[in-house]
Design a protein around this ligand. Structure first.
Ligand SMILES: N[C@@H](CCC(=O)N[C@@H](CS)C(=O)NCC(=O)O)C(=O)O
Length: 378
């Protein structure tokens, strides 16, 4: 049995291992563990990594977790790996280890705390936390300053004044790529004072071209492939009283109805479909009368239907908020995307003290994040 890598490309240490294997012609099978779907917590994966985290590898009968340990193991066991990644020379090696050990409690902790609490949390079912994000940002910024003044002294191309990258360069730069998910102006503000860091990131990207994995994949996207919103048409959000709180479109080739009529038809269609779908449910005797509104969660529901030209994806929350995402007929299951959008709605609309419940959503931060997310969907 060859090398198996259990990874999620949203995870920075997972990406470091994938890039490393590709750079060094190490054959491996990538097994996708989708963190946003909780696949790292399944009993099968727990047998691979009892810590329930990615990345992890299985090489024959040997199992290993912790990305730095994996990088060292791969560097030492595959003869195709060039020496500069993890040199044979003991003191050079020890210096690299010292950066890797420092990384976990400093750069990684700072970047992760900041990115999670300022952007990623809703996708994983948590709330954003401005105070934690601020603390993370402070640690991130002080770590950048240390990297610049200790290991990139004299504006060297790679850490420790090396002319070629080591596994430390790879691990740290992959971590910094996580900043791609935060607001671009904010990211610029963080990196702006550190020209040496920006040059170093570019050097690592160039040295690992074409295998560098820059793109972060929020839930809803398959592995690989460029972001593309041509398949996303429209989004409606209705409250339980049928008020359209939001209508947004990205790629709507034809506009045949007037907007008010369009929204009324959409709400009527959902109302009828919900009612009909529950009425013909062969698994339950509790049926209510047609035309009598079903309470959220009452009766069975549908989550999508397809015509030959589009797909309607539907989600209703226990509080009666209805989200409808219209996509191209060839898009896959969008339930995770709808959950993600709902979490954005909670974070940026419901928790916004200026928002008056039941009124149309006029919140720039919400629409900006929504558009950014939709751009990543395929
Ligand atoms: N120190 C570990 C960190 C692994 C880690 O934090 N993995 C994250 C993804 S980046 C994970 O699996 N998170 C899921 C969880 O902890 O529940 C390593 O370098 O491999």
């Amino acid at each position: 049995m060859g090398l198996k890598l259990y990874a999620d490309r949203m995870s920075q240490p997972s990406r470091a291992i994938i890039i490393f294997c590709k750079m060094n012609q190490i054959d491996f099978e990538e097994v996708r563990i989708d963190i946003s779907k909780g696949q790292h917590r399944t009993p099968e994966f727990e047998k691979i990594n009892p810590m329930k985290q990615v990345p992890a590898i299985v090489d024959g009968r040997f199992k290993l977790f912790e990305s730095h340990a994996i990088l060292r193991y791969l560097a030492c066991s595959f003869p195709s790996v060039s020496d500069h990644w993890y040199p044979n020379d003991l003191t050079s090696r020890a210096k690299i280890d010292s950066i890797l050990d420092w990384h976990h409690a400093n750069l990684r902790r700072g970047a992760m705390t900041y990115v999670f609490n300022s952007a990623l949390a809703p996708a994983l079912g948590f709330s954003l936390n401005a105070q934690a994000a601020e603390e993370g940002k402070k640690l991130l910024s002080s770590s950048l300053l240390k990297i610049k003044s200790f290991w990139l002294k004299g504006n060297s191309r790679f850490l420790l004044g090396n002319a070629q990258p080591s596994i430390a360069d790879l691990s740290l730069v992959c971590e910094l790529m996580q900043l791609e998910v935060v607001d671009s102006e904010e990211r610029q503000r963080i990196l702006e004072p550190h020209q040496e860091i920006r040059d170093w990131i570019e050097n690592v990207k160039r040295a690992t071209h074409p295998h560098f994995l820059e793109r972060i994949e929020p839930p809803g996207r398959g592995a690989g492939g460029p972001g593309n919103n041509a398949h996303m048409h429209m989004l409606y959000i209705f409250n339980r009283a049928g008020v359209c709180l939001l209508y947004r479109e990205w790629n709507r080739p034809l506009r045949t109805l007037d907007p008010q009529q369009d929204r009324k038809l959409m709400f009527g269609l959902l109302f009828s479909l919900r009612s009909f779908a529950a009425k013909i449910d062969p698994t339950t005797a509790e049926k209510g009368n047609l035309g009598v509104p079903l309470l959220p969660g009452q009766g069975c529901s549908f989550y999508s239907f397809k015509t030959n030209t589009y797909q309607l994806n539907f989600m209703e929350t226990p509080s009666g908020i209805k989200l409808i995402l219209i996509t191209h007929s060839r898009t896959g299951d969008q339930r995770e995307s709808l959950k993600y959008i709902y979490n954005l709605y909670v974070e940026y609309v419901v928790k916004n003290p200026l928002y008056v419940p039941g009124t149309p959503i006029q919140c720039d931060l919400f629409t900006k994040n929504l558009d950014q997310y939709v751009r990543t969907l395929i």
